[in-house]
Design a protein around this ligand. Structure first.
Ligand SMILES: [Zn+2]
Length: 541
């Protein structure tokens, strides 16, 4: 049997659609289980996602549309996708890099054990009809010059269609991808291509060992001075623009505005997600070098500890992403405190409640030199913003009370988000209250910095995590708030008045490493004074 001759463009588009639909049964199965995909709205979202996948595949195929490559490449992709589909349906697995590495390490004997009639039948059903049609269809290849233009067009238009369909539906798409991160490994054959590329480039990646940092670090101060207590509150998903301290028109900072704080209004983050920002902000690589760093290094907490300080990490969220490997840590998110916890998570206040007893567990000799505490907040973690503020702090109503953001109006989403900031305002004021009490016996200070910002529907964007180069400012513009007790100001000759004149200077997470070392009077070669935002206002060194 021979079918009518076709242009290669028709073959590319048909195979992209076949791959996006038939060869992606597990993906569609998983998607339709999500509450976002109910009803007509779900049908519409699914069509857009299918177009997105097909567009991406078309774009990938664009460079392979030549007489000797088109059919073989499409056949390989379709067979791979059918095999993946079979394994996913049969075993509920995901095709990620470790899985690909696993398969590559399987020998022929193990391979042959896997082959059975059920598999052969499934794969034949999934790819047979299309492959039969394609190989029986003669293809009308254009002349070389036209072929080049046509291929470039396929590449560009495919990408444009993929990006366009994501943008039309960005809220749904980003929220699904962020909340169900493993789902992306169900998209055939993009998962296999991604996994293979990753598996082959991994050995070229950086050395796993962590290089020590600041081996010369010492506390450059009289051992007679009272030991300072410094709390670094690591905020979550707090965006600067929604802090009334920084000019927001709703009062999200009723308590902090009564305190003697300094709010730097122009701070930018290192990344757009917790995983990308956190390791970067604790390091001294700086944003532009962090991604390409040739090896892993310790962070400023390690340097503080090496200098002699007692360092403590209290975590009320998903852990420290490798930033607290060498220091004392305590997790509060899994505590069963009925007044502050429910549904496997706790409000941030719980960290203050357990702080005194955790400080007691630190080495007494180190505590004599001073204590540095990191408190990792749950903060404004989305999309379930409503879960992050206790009832008493729900100042802005009505708020979105669903984690499916598309069920709410933008105003309700912003209300729910702002309520999380009202609660953070209270939490920070409670940290300050604790530090004020403590300042009777030692100098105390607090610094609050968020890991990244958030999109709340501007330009139809939600949540965060866009590539840095294209991320809107709201995802990288973060609060940076400092509070110093009078005794801390005295000890360092640092004044709030001076810092306030500097509050609109442009700073970034690159400054955090050096600013904390500076505040804590750590002397080391890795400290750079020009990246210490407090240096110009400090008279005692
Ligand atoms: Zn985060």
């Amino acid at each position: 049997m021979r079918f009518k001759a076709r242009s290669p463009v028709v073959i590319v588009i048909a195979s992209s659609l076949w791959l996006a639909t038939v060869c992606n049964l597990p993906w569609w199965q998983a998607l339709f289980k999500l509450p976002q995909f109910e009803g007509w709205h779900g049908v519409w979202s699914s069509i857009l996602i299918a177009i997105m996948i097909a567009g991406a595949i078309t774009s990938l195929l664009g460079i392979w549309v030549w007489r000797w490559t088109l059919k073989p490449i499409i056949s390989v992709l379709i067979v791979l996708a059918s095999l993946s589909t079979y394994y996913m349906l049969q075993y509920g697995i995901y095709i990620d890099t470790p899985m690909i590495v696993n398969v590559m390490q399987t020998d022929a004997k193990e391979m042959s054990d896997q082959i059975n009639w059920r598999m052969a039948l499934s794969v034949t059903l999934l790819c047979g009809p299309f492959l039969f049609w394609m190989w029986s269809t003669p293809i009308l290849y254009p002349r070389a010059k036209r072929a080049v233009i046509q291929n470039v067009l396929l590449l560009v238009l495919g990408m444009a269609v993929a990006i366009g369909s994501v943008l039309v539906n960005s809220q749904e798409f980003i929220s699904v991808m962020r909340n169900h991160t493993k789902l992306r490994f169900l998209i055939n054959p993009l998962n296999t291509i991604y996994g293979l590329t990753n598996a082959y480039t991994q050995p070229l990646k950086r050395d796993e060992t962590v290089q020590a940092l600041g081996l010369d670090a010492v506390i450059d101060a009289s051992s007679e001075r009272p030991p300072p207590l410094f709390i670094l509150v690591l905020g979550e998903t707090a965006r600067s623009a929604n802090f009334s301290l920084n000019g927001y028109n709703k009062n999200t900072n009723p308590l902090l505005s009564q305190e003697n704080i300094i709010s730097f209004t122009q701070a930018r983050s290192c990344g757009t997600s917790t995983a990308s920002s956190m390791p970067c902000m604790f390091s001294n690589w700086g944003r532009t070098h962090f991604e390409k760093r040739p090896y892993y290094t310790e962070n400023f907490l390690d340097v503080l500890q090496r200098a002699g300080y007692a360092v403590l990490w209290i975590d009320n969220q998903s852990g420290c992403k490798g930033q607290c490997n060498n220091i004392h840590r305590f997790e509060t998110s899994n505590l069963k405190d009925p007044s502050l916890c429910k549904d496997e998570e706790c409000f941030d206040e719980i960290m203050i409640k357990y702080l005194p007893e955790q400080i007691k567990k630190l080495s007494a000799e180190r505590v004599q030199k001073g204590v540095v505490v990191v408190m990792h907040q749950m903060g404004s973690h989305g999309p379930a913003y409503f879960k992050r503020s206790p009832k008493a702090f729900k100042k802005f109503l009505p708020e979105c009370s669903s984690e499916v953001l598309s069920k709410c109006s933008q105003a309700e989403i912003i209300n729910a988000y702002d309520n999380t900031l009202v609660y953070t305002d209270y939490f920070l004021s409670q940290v300050i209250t604790y530090l004020k009490k403590q300042s009777a016996v030692q100098p105390t200070a607090m610094l609050y910095v968020s890991d990244h910002g958030e999109s709340l529907g501007e330009n139809n964007l939600y949540l965060h995590g866009l590539p840095y180069a294209i991320a809107p400012d709201s995802q990288i513009h973060v609060p940076w708030i400092t509070w110093l007790s009078p005794s801390f100001e005295n000890q360092r000759g640092l004044t709030r008045e001076c810092l306030n004149t500097d509050k609109d200077q442009k700073i970034t997470h690159d400054h955090l490493f050096h600013s904390v070392l500076g505040l804590m009077q750590v002397k080391t070669q890795v400290y750079k004074g020009d990246l210490d935002v407090y240096k110009n206002c400090t008279t005692v060194r």
